[in-house]
Design a protein around this ligand. Structure first.
Ligand SMILES: NC(=O)c1ccc[n+]([C@@H]2O[C@H](COP(=O)([O-])OP(=O)(O)OC[C@H]3O[C@@H](n4cnc5c(N)ncnc54)[C@H](OP(=O)(O)O)[C@@H]3O)[C@@H](O)[C@H]2O)c1
Length: 301
């Protein structure tokens, strides 16, 4: 099996390359080599490489940045037209298309702990969420051999995440007494390394359709931060706040809990409990995270 992996230098893409590379042949062009917004370059790449499967981990992922008027054009290009190009090309070359979507396609209005299911109505409340919803439509409209994976609250060794941000904020507090963290946004912190294994299962099972894939269990951002600090033995005093009082440009769903219903129904769910995975991640990468956070504060790379 030959896989064309887009976004291979991103957080999820890095782990997909690592995990899928053990079993499959991976072609992983960087953005400068293959920009997914260019139909001609996508087609050329498929001509040259003839992949059996296209895995799209590329996206414009800055949720607040997506609200900027000046970036609206590029958000649409990358998050909607890019996936459309890939899906159309996949159909033309008889390749399967795997695409990553987001919990932010939902409004988050369900009361916690009711989860979102794969067939719930999509009602995004941000520009990013709308672009991911449209990306799903673009994929479905252009190929029948697709897998769409909705996930959320990703963290990994190779990218920016809430986990990285709070460790950095804690280590660079500079005299502030406590760290303000949101207590009413609920979701499932999900390790990109685990998600890459889930993607491998879906590929091997020749799956089709739209799947939810997040860690089992859920927590608030505040509980997640508390868990991280305890695991890293950092003494940080936390100050709970409401999402509506936290200054961010984009609106975010309060309830981000996704149920992996279809994965379970098909006997394919390999996602683990969020605490188990986060603990394993911090065991492996905790020192590196703290080193990077300290270096970031002192301006060293
Ligand atoms: N992070 C989360 O918490 C989260 C939650 C739910 C869903 N998701 C989805 O999961 C997927 C992976 O997210 P991530 O956090 O791993 O993303 P990420 O770290 O931001 O990486 C995105 C990658 O896409 C590449 N890219 C951007 N524009 C491109 C273009 N026009 N052509 C080719 N490559 C391009 C980027 O390259 P450059 O760096 O060179 O620009 C980068 O390597 C995305 O679809 C995202 O929407 C993420």
């Amino acid at each position: 099996m030959r896989i064309l992996l887009l976004g291979s230098k991103g957080m999820l893409g890095t782990d997909c390359q690592k995990v899928l590379g053990q079993e499959f042949e991976i072609i992983s062009p960087e953005k400068k080599e293959l920009d997914i917004i260019s139909w001609d370059r996508v087609i050329d790449k498929l001509h040259q490489t003839g992949p059996n499967l296209i895995l799209n981990c590329a996206a414009f992922t800055d949720v607040d940045g997506c609200e900027n008027h000046k970036d609206a054009y590029m958000v649409r290009k990358i998050n909607v037209e890019g996936p459309r190009n890939l899906a159309q090309a996949a159909a033309r070359f008889d390749s399967k298309m795997f695409h990553i979507s987001s919990d932010y396609v939902f409004s988050g209005q369900k009361s916690v702990p009711q989860p979102y299911f794969e067939d719930d109505i999509l009602e995004p409340i941000s520009a990013y969420g709308r672009s991911k919803m449209e990306s799903e439509i673009a994929v479905k409209d252009n190929t029948s051999a697709y897998v769409i994976i909705r996930t959320g609250w990703l963290y990994g060794s190779g990218g920016n995440s809430f986990i990285k941000s709070i460790v950095s904020a804690a280590l660079n507090q500079k005299g502030r007494k406590s760290l303000k963290v949101v207590e009413d946004q609920i979701g499932s912190p999900t390790w990109t390394y685990r998600l890459a294994h889930q993607i491998r299962e879906l590929i091997k099972a020749d799956a089709k359709g739209t799947f939810h894939a997040t860690s089992e269990g859920y927590c608030s951002r505040l509980e997640c931060a508390d868990f991280v600090f305890k695991e890293l033995n950092l003494k940080v005093s936390l100050h709970p706040c409401k999402l509506r009082d936290y200054p961010q440009k984009a609106r975010r769903p309060l309830n981000c809990i996704l149920e992996n219903r279809l994965l379970k129904k098909q006997g394919l769910n390999v996602m683990a409990d969020w605490k188990e995975d986060l603990s394993a991640f911090l065991d492996q990468y905790g020192d590196q995270l703290m080193k990077e956070a300290r270096a970031g504060a002192s301006g060293k790379s």
